[in-house]
Design a protein around this ligand. Structure first.
Ligand code: PAF
Length: 302
């Protein structure tokens, strides 16, 4: 299996490292936006016990892209469309493209031609990983990964083969027939934790402070209403508990959005609370809390 990881961020290097040392037979390369400037091919990976590994990066060039069977896109949601448009012309038909970003709604931006020619998966992970410097990451928390097809037509055995390779590299990876509900659960977590931690400059655990209780309920009530109009049935009380559990499990961590805002980088807000705002307009449902958060985070970085 020829696999290309796209993205040299924390998640890209986490998967690169685990696939590189995995016993599952793969031809692995990394497509990094900065690779033309990177003479360096050494990366450093610190595992969750503090053990340091040093490895070599095999960068992906045209030949690797032409032969790719699997593209694992570890880039931010707002980079998905442009990244796919850049490499699509070189790709074989019918390959597996895995989207590993936060948020939803990216596929509506990608050309129908690309979508129809390939099989697209969503990958959701709870692993914690932090990039210290360029090409140096630390695995801060062991998590789990869920994967499922969101577009295309692939035999179950092929889906299982892909899951097997990923699971062998960084367990556990579980294949789902219906990943969409899991995507909505992750979206609910991100709709609460990401904007609140970014706007208040707090760590994830502080979300469980009483001062946010009403706001969290409003965010999730709006989310449940728009999800229902999309045919997804969720329960506010269950979502509140899920968010609290994630906040507790990642209490000391900084959310990705807080990190982005602090680093004056673009955030994924358009695909998180912004996605709820857009669906609210589509279905004629008011989403004042999500809309307010979407606007507030955009103002922070503009
Ligand atoms: O975006 C993030 O930071 C993560 O998805 C999560 C779950 C909020 C934990 O920090």
């Amino acid at each position: 299996m020829n696999i290309i990881i796209v993205g040299q961020g924390a998640m890209g290097l986490l998967w690169y490292h685990h696939l590189a040392i995995s016993t599952a037979a793969t031809n692995l390369s990394l497509l990094a936006s900065t690779q033309h400037n990177l003479a360096n091919t050494d990366y450093h990976f610190t595992d969750n016990h503090g053990i340091l590994y040093q490895g070599k990066i095999n960068y992906a060039y045209d030949e690797q892209i032409r032969n790719a069977d699997v593209i694992l896109l570890c880039v931010k949601s707002f980079q998905i469309c442009a990244t796919l448009e850049t490499i699509a012309q070189h790709l074989k038909k019918n390959i597996s493209i895995i989207l590993a970003h936060n948020g939803m709604g990216t596929l509506t931006e990608v050309s129908k031609i690309i979508i129809n020619q390939h099989n697209i998966y969503a990958l959701l992970t709870t692993h914690g990983c932090l990039r210290k410097t360029s090409l140096s990451v630390t695995h801060t928390g062991i998590g789990i990964t869920d994967i499922g097809l969101v577009s295309g037509n692939v035999k179950t055995t092929e889906q299982q083969a892909l899951t097997y390779v990923l699971n062998k590299a960084l367990p556990s990876v579980k294949l789902h027939k219906n990943i969409i509900e899991k995507q909505w659960l992750k979206l609910a977590v991100n709709c609460v934790i990401n904007p609140i931690t970014a706007l208040h400059d707090i760590s994830n655990g502080q979300i469980n402070n009483d001062m946010f209780t009403m706001q969290i309920e409003d965010i999730l009530t709006e989310l449940v209403s728009v999800a229902k109009s999309e045919g997804i049935h969720l329960n506010v009380a269950v979502l509140i508990r899920t968010v609290q559990q994630v906040a507790t499990a990642t209490a000391k961590n900084s959310s990705s959005m807080r990190c982005d805002v602090l680093a004056h980088k673009p955030t994924e807000i358009n695909y998180i609370n912004g996605y709820i705002h857009r669906l609210g307009i589509k279905h004629g449902i008011a989403t004042p809390e999500n809309t307010k958060l979407w606007q507030a985070v955009r103002q922070q970085v503009e």
